[in-house]
Design a protein around this ligand. Structure first.
Ligand SMILES: Cc1ncc(COP(=O)(O)O)c(C=O)c1O
Length: 290
């Protein structure tokens, strides 16, 4: 089971309603994925408890695992409703279904322990990427020992690759994680995120323009819509023409955002100070032209 708008990489049975890249080009599902693979996956709306209840009731004993971006970053940035992730943990435990948190974006970005630390929820498995490689290409997954023991060479589940455990990527990752421990940048990153969110929301208010700007830590999104964005379908209510104009005005003035309203934006500590002040000035001026 997965959630509409969540992206979990190029894995055939998960490349369904997979957000940003696919969404921007209008083809949520990839060519080349056999329908029989797609049929193995149940896709539910994010933040919808009733849909979870219904899916578990309709498929008793059949749902092996649930994978989720606990804070969603691939249909723009979307936060869970209060209690939603705890409910997901509860219902998966009740049905003996594995809960997988995909923290490829959120891991080490929002907290050293990811969303699971912020929300105090322990999934059965976690996937990680991006920051764990300190800029080098690597992904990782881990979790309960009894599950990990199924992997080769201890168990029958094959897992290997030329670059698995690549020493260069491991060294870069360890260096990045040590720096994060020493610098503990998370409160600073959240302050930067709030500075930017407050600036764009104030500009939209002054202009009389409906804007949603969900933000947590270094992650944020701009949705030009009056509708609070809670999942995929409300993300799609964002005005694409307004976003396009906003994006190009920012670009012409030296602020390079992702060229899609469905990509979460990330800040870094390197943006602190004059650069972020300038980004705020450019983005608020761009909103004033809309
Ligand atoms: C949440 C999430 N999971 C998985 C992936 C896949 O990672 P990779 O591109 O390293 O395969 C991404 C990539 O953006 C992602 O955002």
């Amino acid at each position: 089971m997965k959630f509409a708008g969540c992206y979990h990489g190029h894995s055939d049975s998960l490349l369904i309603k997979a957000g940003s890249g696919a969404l921007t080009h209008g083809h949520p599902d990839s060519a080349g994925v056999p329908a029989s693979f797609a049929r193995e996956t149940i896709v539910l709306p994010y933040n919808d408890r009733a849909a979870l209840d219904a899916a578990f009731a309709a498929n008793p004993g059949q749902i092996a695992g649930v994978i989720i971006e606990p804070y969603c970053g691939n249909v723009g940035f979307i936060m869970p409703d209060a209690g939603y992730l705890a409910y997901l943990r509860e219902i998966t435990a009740k049905h003996g279904t594995l809960l997988i948190f995909d923290e490829v974006m959120t891991g080490f970005r929002l907290a050293r322990g990811g969303v699971q630390e912020l929300e105090n929820i322990t999934p059965d498995l976690t996937t990680l990427g991006k920051i764990i490689g300190g800029g080098l290409p690597v992904g990782a997954f881990g979790g309960r020992a009894d599950i990990m023991d199924h992997l080769a060479p201890l168990g029958p589940v094959y897992q290997a690759g030329t670059l698995s455990g690549n020493p260069l990527a491991m060294a870069a990752g360890i260096a990045a994680l040590r720096l994060l421990e020493e610098e503990n940048p998370y409160a600073r990153l959240d302050a930067l995120g709030r500075q930017l969110r407050d600036a764009v929301l104030a500009a939209a208010k002054a202009k009389g323009l409906a804007l949603q700007c969900p933000q947590r830590g270094a992650m944020f999104s701009l949705f030009f819509t009056p509708t609070p964005v809670r999942e995929y379908s409300t993300a799609l209510t964002g005005d694409a023409a307004l976003f396009r104009k906003f994006f190009h005005t920012c670009l012409e003035n030296g602020v390079y955002l992702a060229p899609s309203p469905y990509e979460a934006a990330f800040l870094s500590t390197a943006h602190a100070g004059a650069d972020l002040d300038r980004a705020c000035a450019v983005m608020t001026a761009a909103i004033a032209t809309l």
